[in-house]
Design a protein around this ligand. Structure first.
Ligand SMILES: NC(=O)c1ccc[n+]([C@@H]2O[C@H](COP(=O)([O-])OP(=O)(O)OC[C@H]3O[C@@H](n4cnc5c(N)ncnc54)[C@H](OP(=O)(O)O)[C@@H]3O)[C@@H](O)[C@H]2O)c1
Length: 342
């Protein structure tokens, strides 16, 4: 059936300026890391994307390796662009990334010019796009000069493959270095993509939030729901249809009794605020304007609707924030810590 986006979509979302750029991003963005590979029916992917757009979510985040198999999420999204979003390209911000293992041999990962530009070309082909809006260095490469990786990003913009560039999981110091190189090349650093949620606060300890504010760079926080831990789904065990049951990126061993005790108490607080726990977790990430947008994942459309509802209450009292800090200790869930330690 032909898809017509909801006419009132732009009244259902708020848009926040990405750093000091001209770009505004929806407060909630959708990532296609999981649930967009060959293990998910195509109709589910279409329904998730349509629901997102119907709720004003204009930003879709991908990477070369999203699947499984790697590349299949971009292929699926390319199909959706043709069947559902044709005619709406200029309403969308589409991103992709290079840096993690994508193909065999020495050029299939990391940050060489050879790898980054080839990967970008492959992503464009899979999605059937002339350009992406944002292209990222997915992780800092300790063995390649940062100048080389940043010059490759600059080239990607100058050659029309991307409108803007970003970096992901770079620590504060590397971010400053990347920012300075890009600035000297004349391609500003638009955005940083770090992991961040109530149970994983490395961006605060590292000073990255302050760095980005000082530099005027925007930010998009990934895993804002701690891959689903910051919802009610694991409170009575591990559901069959959940990410933790799939043997993927969420190790059930990280969902400890201590974490669940925090989640229960956070859920009580969320209820008192008139929100679901997922909504409160997203509002917390967005609370002080330091993060431009919260980048969620979803396995079904209802989750997107619930998450989009977070924008109804983004304010916290000092008492609520203090209660969250008291309740929730950090958990060992930052899979990207190694990258940001380099
Ligand atoms: N730059 C990087 O290195 C990097 C790394 C990781 C992710 N990312 C990006 O960040 C995106 C989001 O990551 P993520 O998927 O881990 O984020 P997340 O939002 O923390 O977790 C998403 C999962 O939470 C559950 N969920 C979502 N909304 C829910 C709701 N309202 N109620 C109950 N459960 C809900 C679903 O789990 P179930 O599947 O169990 O239903 C969903 O798959 C990725 O798609 C990707 O674009 C980037």
């Amino acid at each position: 059936m032909t898809y017509t986006p909801a006419e009132d979509r732009y009244s259902k979302m708020i848009y926040r300026r990405c750093g000091k750029s001209g770009v505004q991003l929806p407060a909630i963005s959708l990532g296609l890391w999981h649930n967009f590979g060959h293990d998910t029916p195509h109709q589910v992917k279409r329904d998730i994307c349509r629901t997102a757009f119907d709720h004003g979510i204009t930003h879709f985040d991908l990477a070369n390796n999203y699947g499984p198999p790697p590349g299949s999420a971009e292929e699926a999204f390319g199909e959706i662009l043709k069947t559902d979003f044709a005619g709406y390209r200029d309403e969308l911000i589409i991103s992709s990334k290079a840096g993690y293992l994508m193909w065999n041999g020495p050029y299939g990962e990391w940050g060489s010019r050879k790898s980054v530009i080839a990967s970008c070309d492959q992503s464009l082909k899979r999605m059937g796009l002339d350009y992406v809006d944002i292209f990222y260095s997915h992780r800092f490469d300790p063995d390649t000069p940062l100048e080389e990786t940043m010059t490759a990003l600059d080239h990607i913009v100058r050659s029309g493959r991307a409108q803007y560039v970003g970096i992901s999981s770079y620590n504060s110091q590397r971010t400053r270095e990347a920012y300075a190189i890009l600035k000297s090349l004349g391609t500003p650093l638009l955005i940083h993509q770090p992991s961040y949620n109530i149970l994983n606060r490395w961006v605060e300890h590292d000073g990255l939030k302050e760095t980005l504010a000082e530099l005027g760079v925007g930010s998009i926080a990934f895993t804002p729901l701690a891959q689903g831990i910051l919802t009610k789904k694991y409170l009575s065990g591990i559901p069959q249809d959940s990410r933790a049951a799939q043997g993927k990126s969420l190790d059930p061993a990280t969902i400890t009794e201590r974490a669940l005790a925090s989640v229960r108490a956070l859920d009580d607080l969320a209820q008192a605020r008139g929100q679901t726990l997922a909504q409160m977790a997203l509002a917390w990430v967005l609370r002080d304007g330091g993060i431009t947008t919260a980048l969620i994942g979803a396995s079904r459309p209802e989750q997107v609707i619930d998450c989009a509802g977070a924008i109804q209450n983004l304010q916290f009292t000092p008492d609520e924030l203090a209660a969250i800090d008291r309740i929730a200790r950090e958990e060992e869930i930052n899979l990207w810590a190694k990258s940001s330690a380099e």
